[in-house]
Write a new protein. Structure first.
Length: 476
């Protein structure tokens, strides 16, 4: 029988049942957090007079020793262990005998696993936040380097209007800043302790769950014990955030893949962050960028999986929720693997200034300047738009650029058009004129970068505080 249950059973579990039920291959990574929960729970049991203080000291020492052995891989689960909880109780009773089982009073695997998973996710999400900051910093450094480079901006993958290339790069850092902000909001909502909820109804023993919550760094308790053990909103919301991170990284990957093509020829990737072909000697492939796109698939799939698992579950705990860990760990692992490589790719990419600049005003991307010129001369924008469109049509038929149209041809389109417009049909003027706080002018982009760096510094301070919480919890 299992070390945690079985008294009412006459027969042992069938081997197929045990194999299906066994979860140590997945939940073993919860072990350090489970021990942290046990140490906090031990204090509550001791304060409530349920464990003698001398025995409590022995259990505390054994738990800390066990934690060290877990980190050093000297203590590992055995085939007979059903889950991380039973494995760790086995380790404790091996050290102390029957008194090792005293720690189980007043709690259930239901509130244990919810607590463990919250702690692990909050710890790992601070790591992911730090990796996102690294990528954001790399993008902002590149943006600053290329802030004065005029590049074509795109909509529908068609040339739209010239922009600062720094503006183009910094847009990704803005999206990453939202991701970090979402993680912080999620962290605050998640930071409530389920421990003390028992199987579903709390405990009749004189324990203090609020003390346990404080010891673990939680800001309070989940207010309803049934919800505490059955809630996996924090998993679904966390996986949504990671899926959206994946979407943002996929868009970075898409642009880098396009920019590295011979047709664009904008991006020169470092050898260290590229691969070759087993058959074509000339190939230099942007595999990191492509994998950044590819990783969005499992990240979105993991979110869909947990939502499907949660849908329609009766309250309180159900074994279906064992599936929460596989998708959670998968998403965390995908991002912690991808982000450092993607950051390295961004840091080491060099852009061909001449090719970027040469494309900046092609495709009649300065046509809006014509409409704006007329608006500034008090013509209504709908009319100005029509005239600018006809201006483009004429230049296209003549196979000339916008600034090459004769003044006489301009006057035929509208008397307000004259040769002073020609000086404005220039990429540098076009982006400099867009000096609104969020605009593409280099002066604006520099201020945007400065603000983003300030926000990143504030996020670093939050990450540092969070990591101190977990390093202390791990005995480090």
């Amino acid at each position: 029988m299992s070390g945690l249950w079985g008294g009412r059973f006459q027969n042992s579990a069938d081997v197929t049942m045990f194999r299906l039920s066994k979860s140590t291959d997945l939940d073993w990574r919860l072990a350090p957090y489970d021990i942290a929960g046990s140490l906090a729970h031990l204090k509550a049991l001791t304060k409530g007079g349920l464990i003698d203080s001398k025995i409590s000291q022995s259990i505390e020492s054994a738990l800390k020793e066990l934690r060290k052995e877990v980190f050093e891989r000297k203590f590992l689960p055995e085939d007979s262990d059903e889950d991380v909880h039973s494995a760790l109780e086995r380790g404790l009773t091996n050290k102390l005998g029957e008194i090792g089982g005293l720690i189980r009073a007043g709690r259930s695997r239901n509130d244990q696993v919810a607590t463990d998973l919250k702690l692990l996710m909050m710890d790992d999400f601070t790591v992911i936040s730090e990796l996102l900051l690294d990528l954001s910093g790399a993008l902002l450094k590149k943006a600053e380097t290329y802030v004065d480079l005029i590049a074509p901006g795109f909509t529908h993958l068609q040339h739209a209007q010239p922009v600062s290339f720094g503006h183009e790069l910094a847009k990704h850092a803005v999206a990453l800043q939202r991701d970090i902000s979402r993680i912080r909001d999620w962290y605050e909502r998640t930071n409530l302790s389920p421990l003390g909820s028992g199987a579903l109804s709390g405990s009749s023993l004189p324990i203090d769950p609020e003390l346990t919550a404080r010891d673990l760094g939680f800001s309070g308790l989940v207010p309803n014990s049934i919800d505490a053990v059955s809630d996996r909103d924090f998993v679904a919301e966390g996986l949504f955030i990671l899926a959206l991170v994946g979407v943002h990284l996929s868009r970075v990957g898409e642009e880098w893949t396009i920019w590295a093509t011979p047709e664009f020829g904008w991006a020169q990737l470092a050898d260290e962050f590229s691969t070759g072909s087993s058959i074509m000697p000339q190939k230099k492939n942007p595999d990191i960028a492509e994998l950044a796109r590819g990783k969005s698939g499992p990240l979105i799939g993991n979110l869909t999986s947990i939502l499907t698992t949660m849908k329609g579950l009766p309250f309180a705990y159900n074994r279906d929720l064992q599936e929460d860990k596989a998708v959670t760990f998968s998403s965390i692992d995908h991002l912690t693997l991808l982000l450092p490589a993607l950051t390295g790719m961004v840091e080491t990419t060099e852009f061909n200034r001449a090719k970027v600049a040469a494309a900046a005003t092609s495709g009649f991307s300065l046509a809006t300047e014509i409409a704006d010129f007329l608006v500034k001369r008090n013509l209504a924008f709908p009319q100005a738009h029509q005239i600018a469109g006809k201006y483009v049509q004429i230049c296209e038929s003549k196979n000339i650029e916008l600034h090459q149209l004769d003044e006489s041809e301009m006057k035929k389109l509208h008397p307000l058009l004259d040769k002073t417009l020609l000086d404005l049909l220039d990429g540098k003027h076009a982006i400099s004129a867009r000096s609104t706080p969020n605009g593409a002018a280099p002066s604006s982009v520099k201020e945007q970068i400065k603000k983003l760096r300030g926000e990143n510094e504030e996020a670093k301070a939050w990450i540092s505080t969070s990591q101190k919480r977990f390093s202390g919890m791990m005995g480090q």
